[in-house]
Design a protein around this ligand. Structure first.
Ligand SMILES: C[S@@+](CC[C@H](N)C(=O)[O-])C[C@H]1O[C@@H](n2cnc3c(N)ncnc32)[C@H](O)[C@@H]1O
Length: 289
């Protein structure tokens, strides 16, 4: 049997003026397996989301995808994270998204204050098409990795860097599900953790990060501040101050510094961010003799 769904959980709309729908067709192959074919349909006029400035419904053909899932895994109301973000980057250029920065000044300031050497391993988690990697290459950092769930976002960054992209490792993955191959001295995340509204996803993120950062390593994490927007890109976000970050990250991460920033979107709306810089314990419980 084939059926078409456009149910509520596939519909993100912070106001009446914009939204995002992901209808899908699914086919039961057997009792165990179901195939789902989905497509993103973003539209809107509202400045609050990434779909602001779009005047018409736009079907993003490149976003058709087929998802195979066992029946036990399949959640009809589930959120397709990769599909969502591929749709965002197909609908807008990097300079049109609300989080675009010409110069990621606060991130660069905190990275400099960590004292990491130019040979230290740095990862930008959910780096998307951010120019942070360009700036760090320009400063002489030699061991850079950018991870993002959207391959389209990474393609934008690679294209912009041209041959300089070869000096960077690019990973397309969902951070909450990724097994990092090595350890990093510095973990940077601007505006990714705040999308994890399910406590189970946050727990997984912290577990992944704890394994991936060296003892004595550095974590710079930025999110919308408590007074910041409650949505981004049509999705709900969890907002933070330094105390809330400390609780989420747990005792192995020691807060060194926190900075608030008022970010101006490309359409001049103001969004308050909180950046926190943590250092991990030199000797973790698990490493103690
Ligand atoms: C608001 S943007 C911020 C991009 C970049 N950090 C910056 O500051 O310009 C969020 C980014 O995180 C990526 N993302 C969202 N959830 C993710 C996840 N679970 N794993 C990896 N990347 C994710 C999105 O594709 C998007 O590029």
């Amino acid at each position: 049997m084939i059926f078409l769904t456009g149910n509520k959980s596939n519909f993100y709309s912070p106001s009446n003026k914009d939204g995002y729908v992901r209808p899908n067709i699914s086919y039961n192959i057997s009792d165990q397996w179901k195939v789902v074919l989905g497509v993103n349909l973003p539209w809107g006029e509202d400045d609050l989301t990434e779909f602001g400035q779009m005047k018409k419904i736009k079907i993003v053909m490149s976003d058709f995808d087929i998802v195979f899932k066992t029946r036990s895994e399949y959640k009809p109301m589930g959120f397709d994270r990769k599909g969502h973000w591929e749709g965002v980057y197909a609908a807008k250029t990097p300079a049109e998204v609300s989080w675009y920065q010409i110069n990621p000044a606060v991130s660069l300031e905190l990275i400099a204050s960590s004292g990491i050497s130019h040979t230290g391993r740095i990862i930008d988690v959910g780096g998307g098409a951010s120019v942070l990697v360009d700036k760090l290459l320009g400063q002489g950092f030699q061991d850079l990795t950018v991870l993002d769930v959207s391959s389209k976002a990474l393609d934008y960054a690679k294209e912009r860097l041209g041959s300089r992209a070869e000096a960077v490792k690019w990973l397309q993955a969902d951070v909450t599900e990724f097994e990092f191959p090595g350890k990093y001295e510095l973990w940077h995340d601007r505006a990714v953790f705040h999308f994890l509204t399910d406590p189970r996803d946050r727990k997984r993120y912290v577990e992944v990060m704890t394994k991936a950062v060296k003892p004595g390593g550095h974590v710079i994490i930025a999110a919308f501040a408590l007074e910041g927007p409650s949505k981004c890109s049509g999705l709900d976000v969890e907002r933070y101050n330094s105390d809330k970050f400390k609780k989420e990250l747990g005792n192995s991460f020691h807060l060194i510094k926190s900075i608030d920033e008022i970010h101006a979107t490309p359409w001049k709306a103001e969004q308050k961010f909180t950046y926190c810089y943590f250092q991990t314990s030199v000797l973790r419980e698990s490493n103690r003799p």
